[in-house]
Design a protein around this ligand. Structure first.
Ligand SMILES: C[S@@+](CC[C@H](N)C(=O)[O-])C[C@H]1O[C@@H](n2cnc3c(N)ncnc32)[C@H](O)[C@@H]1O
Length: 470
């Protein structure tokens, strides 16, 4: 592979060697010293695995073009890799790259039931179950749309579902993504540079030049001869690392939990609330990432404030904040309801975890799981998600306490059952009907609007009161 890359114009390869490291597995070791920021490796455009190159291939391209609807980026790259791997001749350079790819992967889609059970309750657990099922569906579609139509190009025994899973994992664990100036994202695989392992101790040090099409790696820190060279795969939490790359970073500072907030379309005032969510940059189903650095993003509160609006607040908010719905607290009652709901919901999510945080910490300390094995990775994922969720719950509890304290001893305010007879608004400052002293209103407008309906009962109560007095 190296000689093919050099012939194609790659530079810097002579400064490195491939080595098996005890902690990260195979990676790249430097043979010389590098200063931080120095460009250390460049790989030319012609050898990259890209969707464009797959379509430009004279044999594979026409087949890909015939597939309707077109294949996704990952399916195109996976098919391209399997296609090259299946060829007996030609594609020598690319085949030399395929020859050094791992034989198998440890992505969570390959976890046994027992291994996956270690992280029961996590988003990894749910997504992995879904993914395994989705991959089967996608594979069947690929067979119908492409493999069967061109069976001479895609021999059955080289394009099995296991081959497809292997190729997908190759893409997930080795692809690099770049944003182009026009906002499009661009996915590619780079021979040799895809041997670089991940470390959060270096910043992003891989770049793509859209003009030359060259992929470059710079030194993310100072290196001495013999050091392993790393790149940073990005701020990836353990649940994602496990799913896409098949490894985890213990104590990962990027750990997160994807909170799904959803409201049933049959819920009261759904349409009005839907508009408010939209104007607040949300949707009626929103997935929001909770992280260790931001355990309670404002978007979660914004969503729940709208979800829990009662009829009168809803009219108020719709009038006042059309373009900035629920950016701020709506009122103390709504805020307390939101925070109480959040604390309860997070508690029940945490209750759904198969093994709780303390137990997992104990198990990991006692080496109950084989280090770096699948169950060990699953335990770290669960640990990370539970840490984030506990932090979210603590933040919500602190906020709740602050709102309740602000209302001092008047906690009754927050649990008042006094309601406006017309708009149902809860308040401690309702005015009573001056005649019957029974019905309560939040203001003159509601009292006037309610009078026709209230008149009969008001007269009856007043008559009753005066006859008793008499
Ligand atoms: C882009 S490849 C890097 C080269 C890879 N080690 C190889 O032998 O082909 C990504 C894979 O390397 C491994 N890897 C990368 N960084 C790692 C790390 N910090 N710890 C453990 N494994 C790591 C994982 O298996 C991951 O899926």
């Amino acid at each position: 592979m190296e000689s093919w890359l050099k012939r194609s114009g790659a530079s810097g390869l002579d400064d490195f060697e491939l080595v098996d490291f005890s902690d990260t597995g195979r990676g790249i070791r430097t043979l010389r010293r590098f200063e931080e920021g120095e460009e250390i490796l460049t790989i030319p455009h012609s050898v990259l695995w890209t969707v464009k190159h797959a379509y430009a291939d004279p044999v594979l391209g026409p087949a890909l073009l015939s597939a309707q609807p077109p294949l996704s980026v990952d399916d195109t790259l996976a098919t391209y890799i399997l296609f090259v791997r299946s060829r007996r001749s030609g594609y020598d350079g690319l085949r030399s790259h395929v020859a050094v790819l791992p034989d198998s992967y440890t992505s969570s889609i390959f976890f046994t039931e027992a291994e996956l059970d270690v992280c029961a309750g996590t988003s990894l657990y749910t997504i992995t179950k879904h993914l395994v099922h989705q991959i089967e569906i996608d594979y069947k579609e690929l067979v119908v749309r492409l493999f069967r139509q061109h069976h001479e190009l895609f021999p059955r025994d080289k394009f099995t579902i296991d081959d497809y899973k292997w190729a997908l994992c190759t893409v997930w664990s080795r692809a690099m993504d770049f944003k182009l100036h026009n906002g499009d994202s661009f996915r590619l695989l780079t021979p040799f540079a895809d041997m670089l392992n991940h470390s959060i101790e270096v910043g992003q040090c891989h770049s793509y030049d859209p003009m030359s099409g060259k992929l470059s790696i710079s030194a993310g820190k100072k290196y001495e001869p013999g050091d392993q060279v790393f790149i940073n795969y990005g701020p990836v939490p353990n649940n994602r690392l496990s799913r896409l790359y098949g490894f985890v970073v213990p104590g990962n500072p990027n750990d997160s939990y994807d909170l799904v907030l959803a409201t049933h379309p049959m819920a009261p005032f759904f349409e009005q609330k839907h508009k408010l969510w939209k104007s607040a940059g949300l949707d009626s189903t929103s997935t929001i990432s909770l992280t260790l650095t931001e355990p309670l993003p404002s978007s979660v509160l914004r969503y729940l404030r709208i979800q829990r609006l009662d009829e009168s607040d809803l009219a108020d908010v719709t009038l006042r904040h059309q373009n900035e719905a629920a950016l701020e607290k709506i009122n103390d009652l709504n805020e307390v309801e939101v925070l109480k709901f959040l604390v309860e919901s997070i508690s029940s999510i945490l209750d759904g975890f198969g093994t709780n945080l303390e137990k997992l910490e104990e198990q990991l300390a006692e080496r109950f799981y084989t280090p770096a094995g699948n169950a060990w990775s699953a335990a770290h994922v669960s640990l990370g998600e539970q840490r984030v969720l506990r932090l979210t719950r603590k933040t919500a509890k602190d906020l709740l306490e602050a709102v309740e304290n602000r209302n001092g001893n008047n906690k009754a305010f927050l649990s008042t059952t006094d309601q406006c007879a017309l708009c149902n608004k809860f308040s401690t400052q309702l005015m009573r009907c001056g005649r019957c002293n029974g019905a309560m209103y939040c203001g003159r407008a509601c009292q006037v609007a309610h009078y026709r309906e209230h008149k009969a009962i008001c007269r009856a109560i007043t008559a009753n009161n005066s006859s008793r007095k008499g």
